[in-house]
Design a protein around this ligand. Structure first.
Ligand code: AMP
Ligand code: MG
Length: 326
């Protein structure tokens, strides 16, 4: 892993202008975390193609679980380079992009977005934000930018630079200040993989506006759209097909081992989340290695204990779900 720029003790706030955009883009490409305004709320951006940067973003927010993040891009063309366009997606893009609408699409085969940014799913969520300065920033970066709201987990989404600083000071590289955001609501999220749009989260573009273009919208029946925890719950999370056994302190020869630190010996196959016991590296590797082990000819996946501190909470949350009987 390359060394990312260190986080300053006091995170600077710089006005969002041409020169500062170039500097911010450089920080972000080097693996840093940069908060920037979009028309909805301030996003905390990182290079979506860099798994370790995504892991640091989760650590900075203190999120107790991994949920898929939205990849932000400057143009419709860039969006469809990472997600496969359907006729519905093209129609929605024509009418609502740039704007506060996120589309969930199938990943393109060569989609560079890191597994951790999509929480291991085969789909990818993409958005082209409306603000010109936000799109200039994304264009300067030249890679998809994962950007959940720029606040610590459990706090409300920030609509100005001072609110970002109050929530994440010292935990991120830089805050680009573009004044108060216009919409103040998060983006509407639609699954656009089929023929009719499926509502995953209401937001900045109203359902009436969407329906006037696409016809009826499907709403998944059993989700409570108002529950604070709902966004993460709306997706069927990636889980391996094989049974998963946690906190393994020994391993048998019909098992595939997901190691952390010094690996146990005796397994049929071994992948190591992090030899050095680094939780950032482990988070960045989690979904890819689970998939690899899931494809081995073994009875189950045994997972070595992972400390329940920092990012370890989110890693253990995901592994515990993977181990739950289905
Ligand atoms: P936000 O908190 O605004 O960054 O939005 C993240 C939310 O987008 C997630 O919690 C999901 O509800 C949704 N999302 C992102 N990626 C996907 C995906 N691949 N499939 C379904 N929903 C997604
Ligand atoms: Mg949020």
């Amino acid at each position: 892993m390359t060394t990312p720029p260190p986080f300053p003790d006091s995170t600077p706030i710089l006005p969002i202008n041409g020169r500062n955009l170039a500097y911010a883009a450089h920080l972000l490409r080097a693996g840093g975390l940069v908060a920037f305004p979009t028309e909805t709320v301030y996003g905390l951006g990182c290079d979506a193609t860099n798994g370790a940067a995504v892991a640091r973003l989760y650590a900075a927010k203190g999120r107790p679980h991994f949920n898929p993040l939205i990849s932000h891009v400057p143009t419709v063309e860039a969006a469809f380079r990472i997600g496969k366009p359907t006729p519905l997606a093209r129609l929605l893009a024509e009418n609502f992009w740039p704007g506060p609408l996120t589309l969930v699409l199938e990943r393109q085969p060569d989609c560079p977005v890191a597994d951790l940014a999509t929480a291991g799913l085969d789909s990818v969520a993409v958005r082209v934000p409306a603000r010109d300065d936000a799109r200039d920033f994304l264009a300067a970066i030249g890679r998809p930018v994962a950007a959940p709201s720029a606040n610590a987990s459990g706090q409300i989404s920030p609509t100005d630079a001072e609110a970002v600083k109050a929530s994440l000071d010292g935990r991120i590289s830089l805050i680009l200040d573009g004044g108060a955001t216009a919409v103040g609501l998060e983006s509407t999220i639609l699954d656009a993989r089929g023929e009719t749009p499926v509502l995953l989260r209401p937001g900045g573009v109203s359902l009436e506006e969407i329906a006037s273009v696409t016809g009826p919208i499907t709403r998944p029946a059993k989700v409570d759209q108002q529950a604070p925890d709902a966004p993460g719950m709306l997706t069927s999370h990636y889980a391996p097909c094989k049974p998963v056994r946690l906190n393994a302190t020994e391993v048998s020869e019909d098992e595939a081992l997901l190691a952390f630190g010094k690996p146990l010996s005796g397994a049929a196959a071994v992948e190591n989340l992090s030899r050095d016991g680094d939780l950032i590296e482990a988070a960045a590797n989690l979904f890819r290695l689970l998939r690899l082990l899931d494809r081995t000819e073994t009875a189950r996946i045994a997972v070595m204990p992972i400390p329940d501190t920092g990012l370890g909470h989110a890693i253990n949350d995901r592994l515990t779900r993977a181990a739950a009987p289905r």
